[in-house]
Design a protein around this ligand. Structure first.
Ligand SMILES: [Zn+2]
Length: 450
């Protein structure tokens, strides 16, 4: 992460605790971010949160170092604080009577987001089970904590004393842990599980992938895809309900509300697409008709050290080219799922999609082939893609504990960059980063793309 400095001329809103006395202020911001655009978006959000309106941008984001502030009276303290907290604003204000100035000071916002309330609601939602099986209904009893990552052969095989590392859920949607998510140790029964199937349907449906290695058959591929899809649907439904639950508690005009309203729109659109894709898979599974599933499987003889299951609407390919417009809410987005899977000997990375999503997904996979032909390391390309796009991922303690701290931080930064609500996805996000860390080698590829 880089440190950016920005400066604004601001005026207080009526909710601001200094409204009656203060006419205006200089707001200086120190932001830890990856690029100037994200730094600006974050500063803009926090200034609103602290009840100010931006009247003028005095200094656009400029990257700074600690040396820059050493000779100055103010700034050094704020710079150091930003390294720990990710963000600092200091104000120099002038009074309405024009006689006094004050500062630098740090102030309180008029509205505090109730984190405990938010977390309680989040927990309540994650514990409200429902059966997402294509024949599931209110009569489904005994909702189980289903694993979205293959458990018996995948999760167990990488665990140590029943534990793996996963991304820590201990971050709120607003405040970030020094701008970076971290991986924490966790029991495997709490990793990748979701209350999305009843026991009967879970056992029956996923039997061909829970009890047998991936060959792959079309049926196995569609089941892996379906499990990724159902888990994401469960998570997104909960996310939308959580936002809807929180919105009435936040005053109109507050920048947290603006941010949540934007997030709500994006989440609702993502969910609508997931529902449409699920209905296509439901129909295939109900009719036992699996021939429209497309896949590419990368086969490795190594011992795996990660297990994962995820999906994405591919926006950019491995060469940084644009594939589909995620902002166009009039269309249905192409969807690709991906996961790790145990094979008869070794393991594999499986990408799959329904034929109706072939337009973007075939281009996505072809760009990967092109990068391989250009001499890029396949293992690096896949590892980068998985870390960037998958929060539902478990890491073997035996591998993680031996990794140098600097490499751990690189992985965490890559995982965080996609979760950052203030930054847009960069077209080049699959082009570089995390080289030489995973040392994944793949012997062969099986696909049915054509
Ligand atoms: Zn059921």
């Amino acid at each position: 992460m880089k440190t950016y400095y920005l400066k604004f001329k601001v005026i207080p809103t009526e909710s601001n605790e200094h409204y009656t006395l203060v006419e205006g202020a200089w707001a200086s911001c120190w932001v830890l971010e990856n690029d100037p655009q994200s730094a600006y978006a974050q500063a803009d959000f926090f200034i609103g949160k602290y009840d100010w309106l931006i009247e003028k941008v005095e200094e656009y984001p400029v990257e700074v170092t600690r040396e820059f502030f050493i000779e100055r009276d103010i700034g050094l303290e704020q710079y150091d604080k930003a390294q720990k907290e990710g963000f600092v604003i200091a104000y120099m204000a002038w009074s309405r009577d024009g006689k006094t100035t004050a500062g630098p000071f740090i102030q309180n916002p008029s509205f505090h987001f109730e984190i405990p309330n938010f977390l309680a609601k989040q927990k309540e939602l994650s514990q409200s089970g429902r059966c997402l099986h294509f024949d599931g209904n209110h009569r489904c009893k005994n909702i189980v904590n289903a694993h979205s990552i293959q458990k018996n052969q995948s999760l167990v095989s990488i665990s140590k004393d029943g534990h793996v590392y996963r991304l820590s859920p201990k971050f709120s949607i607003i405040k970030k842990n020094n701008g970076r998510l971290t991986y924490e140790k966790c029991g495997i029964n709490r990793v990748s599980t979701f209350l999305g199937f009843c026991k009967k349907h879970d056992n029956e449906l996923f039997e061909p992938i829970d009890n047998y290695p991936l060959l792959p058959t079309d049926q196995q591929v569609i089941l892996y895809a379906y499990r990724s899809l159902c888990r994401e649907l469960f998570v997104k439904e909960n996310a939308l309900r959580l936002i809807e639950d929180q919105l009435p508690n936040i005053p109109d005009g507050n920048s947290i509300k603006e941010l949540l309203l934007g997030t709500k729109e994006g989440t609702a659109f993502g969910l609508k697409n997931l529902e449409e894709h699920k209905s296509i898979y439901d129909e295939s599974l109900r009719g036992k008709s699996y021939f429209k599933i497309r896949y590419v499987l990368f086969i490795s003889k190594q011992k795996p050290f990660v297990a994962f299951s995820g999906l994405l609407y591919p926006e950019f390919d491995f060469m940084g080219r644009h594939l589909q417009d995620l902002g166009d809410h009039q269309q249905t987005l192409d969807l690709i799922t991906f996961c790790s899977a145990p094979l008869d000997s070794g393991w594999g990375v499986l990408f799959s999609w329904h034929e109706s999503s072939s337009k973007s997904c075939v281009d996505f996979m072809r760009s990967l082939a092109t990068m391989m032909h250009e001499g890029k390391h396949l293992g690096d390309l896949l590892f980068r893609m998985v870390i960037s796009n998958c929060e539902n991922l478990a890491i073997a303690p035996e591998w993680w504990d031996d990794l140098p701290q600097e490499q751990k931080e690189k992985i965490e930064s890559k995982a965080s960059s996609m979760a950052n609500i203030f930054s847009m996805t960069k077209p080049s996000y699959l082009l570089e980063g995390l080289e030489g860390i995973a040392s994944w080698d793949f012997e062969s590829i099986i696909d049915n793309m054509n």
